[in-house]
Design a protein around this ligand. Structure first.
Ligand code: VGL
Ligand code: ZN
Length: 218
């Protein structure tokens, strides 16, 4: 692992994904302390955050569809779309980056999910839009131009936005490490299948302690 060439990607660490939030992820608050530890370490050449940032009435909200409830799935532009409770509405308290983390250390914040008609799980690309495209956010080019070849992903939710970010990072040509223990799932029942799916996609599964131990070598 080379400090200068690796980036820590902090995915959607926002109050709405914490217990008590609009789209609460069980145990989401347990990642805050170890994430702070990594953000304050000298292990990464660059820190980048993503922020789920939806306009009111976003197409991913169940409330935007008649007779639909949160966590139902519909077909949208020929792909399944889970409908969510209203969450991470632009400017709301629940959409802020978590107030107890040192965001001053982050070089860039990628806001996503801003297209009213299209969801965006990954920090790299939107989900499919009406034209069947997944428009990029520019993050891959930003990282590449900063000399980054390897990324470490953490945050929320493990099975949604962290997963999609990790898989798109592989497709964009980065070496990708998934910091499993500093992520939490919306559906933890599927975690074993998720581990295997990530391995099959070429994602390296690791954890915070393993990565932190390496700092002793520098
Ligand atoms: C997320 C569902 C909807 C996430 C965002 O950050 O994992 N999940 N929007
Ligand atoms: Zn969202």
């Amino acid at each position: 692992m080379n400090h200068q060439h690796s980036a820590l990607l902090l995915v959607d660490i926002q109050p709405d994904f914490m217990p008590g939030g609009a789209l609460a992820v069980e145990g989401g608050d347990e990642i805050v302390e170890p994430v702070r530890h990594l953000m304050n370490s000298n292990l990464f050449g660059l820190l980048v955050a993503t922020q789920d940032w939806h306009p009111p009435g976003h197409i991913s909200f169940a409330s935007s569809h008649t007779a639909r409830k949160p966590f139902e799935t519909i077909e949208l532009y020929d792909h399944p779309q889970t409908l969510w409770p209203d969450h991470c509405v632009q400017g709301s308290a629940g959409a802020q980056l978590h107030p107890e983390l040192p965001w001053d250390k982050v070089a860039a914040i990628i806001r996503k999910g801003m297209d009213p008609q299209c969801d965006s799980y990954s920090g790299f690309r939107n989900n499919w839009n009406i034209n069947g495209e997944r428009p990029p956010t520019g993050l891959a080019g930003y990282l590449r131009e900063r000399g980054i070849s390897e990324v470490y992903v953490c945050g929320l939710a493990r099975d949604i936005c962290v997963r999609w970010t990790a898989e798109d990072a592989v497709d964009a040509g980065f070496r990708v490490n998934f910091l499993w223990d500093i992520t939490r799932s919306v559906n933890p029942n599927d975690d074993q299948a998720l581990r295997q799916a990530l391995i099959n996609r070429g994602v390296i599964l690791t954890n915070q302690a393993t990565v932190s131990a390496r700092s002793r070598n520098y």
